[in-house]
Design a protein around this ligand. Structure first.
Ligand code: SF4
Length: 472
């Protein structure tokens, strides 16, 4: 799976050439962007101040991550939970399978967990004879379609339209085909209810871990998270070690940011804070709670120039606003996380050599940086990854040679001005009077799937010089 991130160009080309996929994404483009904009505008205080506060909380944690993790472990253990540590996907799978076997679990119901995708946990559970059942509606749709990977971190089945889901449900549920969303969701709910009631173990991710109480916070819109964490006798939480927040108050601050940035809601439909195991006076809740706190590449980023990436609260705003993601969807990125955050995370978690195109899957327009609720400088991180690829000789020699030549010329103003002039004349000659160039002579790959705009008017330097002359 990891090396699939190497096939970005081919997958992106396929996505662009898929008319159905393009149609499915059309509505989504404006939906998330519009919802966030309305929520941010309606926020009664200064949203940028809230972003500052969110960044400060995340930085405070990351600067002393070990301290907060130890406090979390202590508090969670005091409340009857067992805290385990996993260094990679293999250890996640081993630990979850071992817990399931220890409790004789044959069926595991799951609330959305991106780490379970990182570890390909469903494959491991199935191999061990344990049935995993996804209960998030989007994840459930993907599981029914043969364990397709998610294409969006919030809306995993965003690439599918109503007709495709209607066909899928009719085929898999063996019931008359329905075409109304409420009827389809009711059918999914009925199918899932049986699983909720017969599962031996619940498995969830966690939006935040709260250090002062040893709790996990889950934020959902469907309520499935609550069923997964309370109905079975065993609850396993899998989260990355960076998900810690110090206090409940910090959690409340981040909860003002997360739903507004993600789905444009003031608050999500279900916000659950689960602490420990079922108490003597509790009517429901798990008898056994396990936390599996996962590194899988995260610890190596602490203290590095890429530490800001660990601030991510998985709101999805960066991908919703990314023109590249909007055009190709999530599958082209080849691993669990798509969009700008995915291009950074995949490169860092799976290795630069396994994701050659991803740091370049961005226009660097900075929309992602502008909307990120915890101010992660995504374009800057992408640029750093590009630099590292070049330093390590991972980019094609032709590209490196071209960049070296450009750098050499750019350091010589006279030569740069001359080269720009010649370049503009050459492009205008290629355009032959048209405003677009269909085939770029020296770089035909650039125009293989689009036209190149012909230069308009004179060079910037010529215009600047003219402006200065007018002033004097
Ligand atoms: S990088 Fe920022 S905008 Fe993107 S998912 Fe993470 S928190 Fe949200």
């Amino acid at each position: 799976m990891r090396s699939q991130a190497m096939f970005f160009q081919r997958r992106a080309g396929e996505a662009l050439a898929d008319p159905q996929l393009q149609k499915n994404f059309t509505g989504l483009r404006d939906k998330f962007v519009g919802m966030r904009a309305r929520a941010v505008n309606a926020y009664e205080r200064d949203f940028d101040e809230l972003r500052d506060a969110g960044q400060a909380i995340r930085d405070r944690v990351l600067d002393n991550l070990d301290v907060w993790l130890e406090l979390f472990e202590e508090k969670a253990t005091q409340r009857g939970a067992t805290v385990l540590w996993a260094k990679d996907g293999r250890e996640i799978c081993e630990q979850v399978v071992a817990i399931a076997q220890q409790h004789g679990a044959k069926k595991v119901i799951k609330s959305k967990s991106m780490l379970s995708e990182e570890a390909q946990l469903n494959v491991a559970l199935t191999a061990a004879g344990i049935e995993p059942v996804e209960t998030d509606l989007g994840e459930y749709i993907l599981q029914l379609s043969g364990n397709e990977p998610p294409s969006h971190i919030l809306a995993p089945a965003a690439h599918k339209n109503l007709d495709e889901v209607a066909d899928l449900f009719a085929e898999k549920h063996g019931k008359p085909r329905k075409t109304e969303i409420p009827a389809l969701t009711r059918e999914a709910r009925e199918a899932l209810r049986e699983h909720f009631l017969s599962a031996d173990m619940g498995l969830s991710g966690g939006n935040f871990l709260i250090a002062e109480t040893g709790s996990v916070a889950l934020v959902t819109n469907e309520g499935n998270g609550r069923m997964v964490t309370t109905l079975p006798k065993v609850h396993v939480v899998i989260t990355g070690i960076e998900k810690i927040v110090p206090t409940l108050e910090d959690f409340a601050t981040l909860m003002r940011l997360l739903p507004r940035s993600a789905t444009g809601q003031d608050i999500s439909n279900y916000v659950s804070v689960c602490t420990g195991t079922k108490g003597a006076d509790d009517s429901d809740g798990p008898e056994h709670t396990y936390f599996i706190l996962v590194d899988n590449g995260r610890a190596g980023l602490v203290g590095s120039e890429f530490q800001p990436m660990l601030r991510c609260i998985r709101c999805g705003a960066c991908m919703n606003h990314c023109p590249v993601y909007q055009s190709i969807g999530g599958h082209a990125y080849g691993w669990v996380y798509p969009g700008p955050m995915g291009s950074v995370l995949t490169s860092l978690y799976t290795g630069l050599e396994n994701s050659l195109d991803l740091p370049h899957a961005a226009t660097l327009c900075n929309q992602c940086g502008v909307v990120c609720p915890v101010r992660i400088p995504l374009p800057e991180l992408l640029r750093k990854l590009r630099e590292k690829q070049t330093e390590r000789g991972l980019r094609p020699w032709s590209e490196r040679l071209a960049l070296s030549m450009w750098a050499w010329i750019a350091q010589r103003p006279g030569l740069y001005a001359l080269a720009t002039k010649i370049g503009v004349r050459y492009l205008n000659w290629l355009a032959g009077g048209a405003d677009r160039i269909e085939v770029l002579g020296l770089a035909p790959g650039w125009t293989a799937g689009r036209d190149f705009p012909a230069p308009q008017g004179r060079t910037f330097k010529e215009l600047y010089k003219q402006g200065q002359e007018k002033k004097t």
